[in-house]
Design a binder for this molecule. Structure first.
Ligand SMILES: CC(C)(COP(=O)(O)OP(=O)(O)OC[C@H]1O[C@@H](n2cnc3c(N)ncnc32)[C@H](O)[C@@H]1OP(=O)(O)O)[C@@H](O)C(=O)NCCC(=O)NCCS
Length: 173
């Protein structure tokens, strides 16, 4: 059964296996990766603090993390920022996600965003902004399938790979 859960010790082994699998690939929606390898309990505590807005580094906003689990296996992760600052409004947005490489192209990404949006609705926002690189076809399809409407496409110095960034809005009401 497919479910979206808060990060948990129960899936530690599968989560760490997935981190190895990503290698140098782009990981979106997962933070504190070094800590997950070295001290998993502390990693979980950081994730919880991040959600409650405790001990945040300057410029970091509160965010909730969710894991997509199929059976007992970690499949992917999505994170939701409760509010945005000026920098995140330009580059970052409300939601980031990734699916572990061995589980891609099986519609998990599309389903994970749909499941995440039902959680996000509980925060009372009327709409959220999601961003992706101009050439990230898979992410564009996922966003569109979940009601995303393209707002603009911009160039920003914040994107280290210098690609154009697409800003999509999703209405939650
Ligand atoms: C983007 C990502 C989440 C897609 O996850 P996924 O589970 O493979 O996506 P889905 O299986 O739901 O596919 C959605 C659509 O994209 C297509 N797609 C998937 N991977 C693709 C690829 N590499 N190139 C082109 N199209 C692709 C699928 O065929 C599907 O198309 P359809 O709706 O017309 O059938 C995954 O590739 C990933 O984790 N990438 C790295 C992190 C990232 O880019 N995150 C997004 C940041 S905004």
């Amino acid at each position: 059964m497919l479910k979206l859960v808060k990060p948990s010790y129960k899936y530690r082994h599968s989560f760490l296996e997935a981190l190895d699998e990503y290698g140098s690939d782009h990981i979106s929606g997962i933070f504190h990766i070094d800590l997950a390898y070295t001290n998993f309990k502390k990693y979980l505590s950081c994730v919880r603090n991040q959600e409650r807005g405790i001990d945040l580094t300057r410029g970091i906003v509160p965010s909730s993390a969710f894991w997509l689990i199929d059976g007992d296996e970690f499949v992917g992760a999505v994170s939701f920022r409760h509010k945005l600052n000026k920098r995140l409004r330009e580059y970052g947005g409300h939601i980031g996600y990734s699916i572990r490489p061995s589980k891609r192209k099986k519609r998990y990404g599309t389903m994970m965003l749909a499941m995440a949006l039902t959680h996000v609705k509980k925060y009372g926002l009327k709409k959220i902004i999601i961003m992706c690189d101009y050439d990230n076809t898979a992410s564009q399809k996922i966003i569109k399938a979940n009601g995303g409407v393209l707002h603009d496409t911009i160039k920003t110095k914040s994107n280290s790979n210098k690609k154009l960034i697409m800003h999509w809005w999703i209405d939650l009401v």
